[in-house]
Structures are given as structure tokens and as C-alpha cells.
Write a protein that binds this ligand. Structure first.
Ligand code: PNS
Length: 157
């Protein structure tokens, strides 16, 4: 059985994240989505809210668990007996960042990272732009699942 960990801040989960979750669910037996408790920036949504939102946007997929975590992703992956870490990449700047993290994580415990290129239709979406557009009153319904758009509306009103 191939278990992978898909870590991220997911503040909030976007259609780009859902694309990666769907492709992971098709490729691997079990996917543990690891929602980082304390991202470097102050998150808009609490850890419990982000875990709840990721659960809502993955409810249509089999073989997905969603958990909050604090600490090193490699230790979380080891505790779940994961074979690999999976990350989405939207383009060259993501690749540079992900390449460094993948190499560091491999150096720490030997775990490999599988990079999934984002589908072109969602490759321009980022959670930070979604937050900014929502804060400024713009429409985000083509960028995030309906449950997330509703949560943003409620949080920012
Ligand atoms: O969605 P993001 O913010 O791009 O996700 C970044 C994340 C959470 C995957 C990364 O910051 C991470 O792995 N954090 C956990 C702490 C850790 O393991 N740091 C060392 C990375 S080499």
C-alpha cells in the first residue's frame, strides 16, 4: 500500500489544491493531507478551520485523510509510514522553492518528494491572491470550491 503525505498551509484550500488532491487520490492508495498548524505568516483561518475546509473539499475523494500537524513534515511523514511527500508546482518559481525543500527533506530522512505540475487551468491560482481578492471584495467563486468561497465571505464580512 502506497501512502503519501501532501503538506501545505491551505489558507484557504483553492481549486489548485483540489486538482493536486484529485490526482494524488488517483495515483496512490492513501493520501494524508497534512495541514501545517503554524505557517510563517499569520493565517486567515485557524488550524481547525483549515482542516475542516480541506475535509469539505476532499469529501468526494476516496482514500484521503486530513490532519493538522506541527513540526517537521519529514517526521510527520515518518509517523504515518509515508513513502513520499507530494507537492503541486505551478511554474519555475515554485519549482525552485520545492526543489530546495525536497532536497532538504531527502537529506534529513531520505524521503523522496513527488512534484505534480499544476493543471494549466488552475496554475495561476494562489491562496495569497485568493485572500487578497476576497479581502478587497472581488469574486473568488471561480478560484475556490463553493464551501471555501462561503467561508471567506463569512470570515471577512
Ligand atoms: O502551502 P505552503 O505554505 O507552500 O506549504 C509549505 C509547507 C507547510 C509544506 C512547508 O513550510 C513545510 O513543510 N513546513 C513544515 C515544517 C518543515 O518541515 N520545514 C522544513 C522544510 S525543508
Amino acid at each position: 500500500m502506497t501512502v503519501v503525505v501532501c503538506p501545505g498551509s491551505f489558507d484557504p484550500p483553492t481549486n489548485g489544491h483540489v486538482d493536486v488532491f484529485e490526482r494524488c487520490a488517483a495515483l496512490f492508495d492513501r493520501v494524508v493531507v497534512a495541514v501545517v498548524a503554524n505557517p510563517s505568516k499569520q493565517p486567515l483561518f485557524s488550524i481547525d478551520e483549515r482542516v475542516g475546509l480541506v475535509r469539505a473539499v476532499t469529501a468526494h475523494l476516496d482514500g484521503i485523510d486530513v490532519e493538522g500537524f506541527e513540526g517537521l513534515v519529514v517526521e510527520f511523514a515518518r509517523s504515518r509510514q509515508a513513502t513520499a511527500i507530494v507537492k503541486g508546482v505551478r511554474g519555475p518559481s515554485d519549482f525552485d522553492y520545492e526543489w530546495q525543500m525536497a532536497s532538504m527533506n531527502n537529506h534529513l530522512t531520505g524521503i523522496d518528494t513527488v512534484l505534480v505540475p499544476a493543471a494549466p487551468a488552475v496554475s495561476f491560482i494562489s491562496a495569497s491572491l485568493v485572500r487578497e481578492i476576497a479581502r478587497l471584495g472581488g469574486a473568488v467563486d471561480t478560484l475556490v470550491p463553493a464551501a471555501v468561497a462561503a467561508a471567506l465571505k463569512e470570515k471577512l464580512q
